[in-house]
Write a new protein. Structure first.
Length: 274
């Protein structure tokens, strides 16, 4: 990649960010399309978030992605936040338009794109999301629009009830699952917790009663023990790499106004996973 005097900067604000694959796919896309931009990871401590957001204006960055732990707390520092991000309560993409900072959330739409390209259809289906954190809020906003019934489960009952209450204001198909003893009736099961990132993590759901008619998704972008066990039961499985790809592609379009080269971005991610 050639850096010039006109090169615009995009990047990722998070803490930590050392594990990220996002620079690979965005820089590959910029280079492929000949766009004079680059994408850098920025390790932003929570105490420095306000200053980091101000730096977007001061340094004239084109925009940034936002990841853990800043997706919720960054909202207070922005000039504008679009409707879906306000409902979700989290921003993962900031666009700088002449010093005015607008926040978006592309996670939910990214997840739905990943489902569709893998021929996983949610219309008139019964779905379960395990976890009621930021990722769950993002995907449930869209999934609840398509699914016949959406069930939510989390061990944190306060967080669970808050999400269910918020969704029920705009949807009439939201349910709380009291326990996960029987998962056999769900068409689609989604792990939206971080369980599976570490080898010692417990399995977030009991797969013993699952069957080949069911689909199991994990938002973690690697093959987790959950997905391996579900595959042994004959279930269709999907990891979080597609969601990572598509949320990034949608952010790329917001920054550049240009259709993203999705396959170029996908190939860059796949190389980074090896």
């Amino acid at each position: 990649m050639k850096i010039t005097g006109r090169t615009r900067i995009t990047g990722l604000y998070g803490y930590p960010v050392e594990h990220t694959l996002s620079p690979l796919m965005h820089n590959a896309a910029f280079e492929y399309l000949g766009i004079d931009c680059c994408y850098l990871p920025f390790s932003v401590h929570p105490d420095s978030l306000k200053n980091a957001v101000e730096a977007i204006r001061a340094l004239n960055l084109a925009g940034v992605n936002i990841t853990i732990p800043h997706k919720e707390s960054v909202i207070r520092y922005l000039d504008n936040v679009n409707e879906e991000a306000l409902f979700i309560g989290a921003v993962n993409t900031i666009v700088n338009q002449k010093g005015r900072l607008s926040g978006y959330n592309t996670d939910g739409r990214g997840f739905m794109h990943a489902l569709l390209e893998n021929n996983i259809f949610t219309d008139n289906k019964k779905a379960l999301i395990i976890g009621a954190g930021g990722a769950s809020r993002a995907i449930s906003y869209y999934l609840s629009e398509k699914a016949d019934k959406l069930y939510l489960f989390d061990v944190d009952k306060i967080k669970l009830e808050r999400l269910a209450s918020d969704l029920s204001e705009i949807r009439d198909n939201i349910n709380i699952l009291d326990n996960t003893a029987d998962l056999s009736t769900f068409d689609l099961l989604i792990n939206a917790t971080p369980l599976g990132l570490q080898p010692t993590d417990p399995i977030p759901m009991d797969v013993s009663g699952l069957s080949p008619q069911q689909t199991v998704c994990d938002l973690i972008y690697k093959k987790t023990p959950l997905l391996s066990l579900a595959a042994q039961k004959g279930c269709k499985t999907l990891d979080g790499l597609g969601m990572l790809l598509w949320q990034g592609a949608l952010a790329f379009e917001l920054w550049t106004g240009t259709a993203p080269p999705v396959e170029v971005m996908r190939n860059a991610l796949m190389r980074g996973m090896k």
